[in-house]
Ligand binder design. Structure first.
Ligand SMILES: Cc1ncc(COP(=O)(O)O)c(C=O)c1O
Length: 373
């Protein structure tokens, strides 16, 4: 097993069908191995600027796009620290583990945090959002687009206008869908839209990014005790020079520049979104044919990660480990959903053909497990 996990010559040989980190193609690894100038040099600034411009296109925005030397959780914390004043209330919509995490970040930073959640597997609907917003006055609202634990995609195109009508700023965690599922930041007037790069962007972990609106920047200037590492004003100021305040993982930024060029100019945005739609549909078809029920409520299934109920009552741990022995990694359910559900990630550079090959092997494994039950 260690041969395929930790192969000293070639690295891991496992084919990842995970909700991140994802499989990284050779062309990106090669890009990352190239030498770089320092993060205060002109060549670096040019590379950083390419990323900023690519992100604006990807997110359909003219807002400033920031690069953070952290994973997505760092930027989730940044939103809380920079945008919520001491005497204001923040509303956290939660449909799963990452919604709960954002709420916990609110609480642990001493903010007045309110959580409005639904049963896992369900989305936040515009009606639910409206009802929650009617209860109080909220300065900032936090919501996931794609909830990676449940495989639910919130109907953000309908929910965000409801939030904006309340006068609140809105922060969207698009970590497990950005670069795989279309999100139109300016059309929806999203104040902060964030993600990390180890998922649909297909870059190794170590970097996060977000768009930030004028209104969010203005609000930040009114908030005290924002901390140092994730101060939006500092990040914005540095981004004017196409730099980060602290030393960034430069190889990741080089890889992201190359990957954005690939996404925008080679595959094409619309084609990329369509491919993810096909990957989602194909996985749901497989689940239906084999009698695994989808965990999300119908109509809200994600196109980057599929969560299936263990409706065949098989040993999920054994299914995952047997598949791993054949060189493919899928994952068990998240947290309390372990063994009750399992997840297949289909984001990044995965093709429908790659997915078919894995599903064929998985089908045989499930049949064997059922026979031996
Ligand atoms: C929806 C969502 N939000 C936030 C995170 C946290 O991201 P990171 O591990 O990059 O901090 C994840 C990670 O899986 C996620 O799926």
């Amino acid at each position: 097993m260690s041969e395929i996990h930790f192969n000293k010559e070639e690295g891991s040989q496992i084919k990842l069908f995970t909700p991140g980190p994802v499989y990284i193609p050779e062309r990106i690894l090669t890009e990352m191995a190239k030498p770089n100038d320092t993060h205060r040099s002109k060549p670096y600034a040019e590379m950083h600027q390419l990323v900023e411009e690519g992100l604006k296109k990807l997110l359909f925005t003219s807002n400033i796009c920031l690069i953070s030397t952290s994973s997505a959780t760092g930027l989730m914390e940044a939103c809380v620290r920079n945008l919520v004043k001491k005497d204001e209330k923040a509303l956290f919509f939660s449909i799963g583990a990452f919604g709960d995490r954002w709420y916990k970040i609110g609480v642990s930073n001493g903010k007045v945090a309110v959580k409005e959640g639904v049963e896992w597997g369900k989305p936040i609907t515009p009606e639910f959002a409206q009802e929650a917003l009617n209860k109080d006055k909220y300065a900032v609202v936090f919501i996931q687009s794609n909830e990676t634990s449940t495989g639910v995609y919130n109907p953000i195109n309908e929910v965000i206008p409801v939030i904006k009508d309340s006068g609140a700023l809105v922060c969207v965690d698009a970590t497990s869908s950005m670069a795989g599922i279309k999100i139109e930041v300016d059309k929806l007037n999203i104040d902060v839209c964030l993600a990390s790069v180890q998922k649909a962007f297909t870059v190794p972990p170590g970097l996060a990014l977000c768009s930030i609106s004028e209104a969010a920047i203005e609000k930040t200037s009114q908030v005290k005790n924002r901390g140092l590492y994730f101060d939006f004003l500092d990040l914005v100021k540095r981004s004017e020079k196409h730099q980060t305040p602290t030393t960034p993982p430069i190889p990741q930024i080089r890889a992201l520049a190359a990957q954005l060029d690939y996404i925008l100019n080679h595959e094409g945005l619309e084609k990329r979104f369509e491919r993810h739609e096909q990957l989602g549909k194909r996985t749901r078809m497989w689940a239906r044919d084999i009698n695994f029920e989808m965990f999300p409520e119908k109509g809200y299934e994600s196109n980057t990660v599929s969560t299936m109920k263990n409706s065949l009552e098989i040993d999920i741990g054994k299914m995952v480990s047997t598949l791993l022995g054949k060189g493919y990694r899928i994952v068990n359910g998240y947290g309390d959903l372990k063994n009750k559900t399992f997840r297949i990630g289909h984001m990044g550079e995965v093709t429908v053909k790659d997915l078919e090959s894995m599903l064929k092997i998985l089908t045989d494994i499930v049949s064997d497990l059922r026979l031996n039950q």
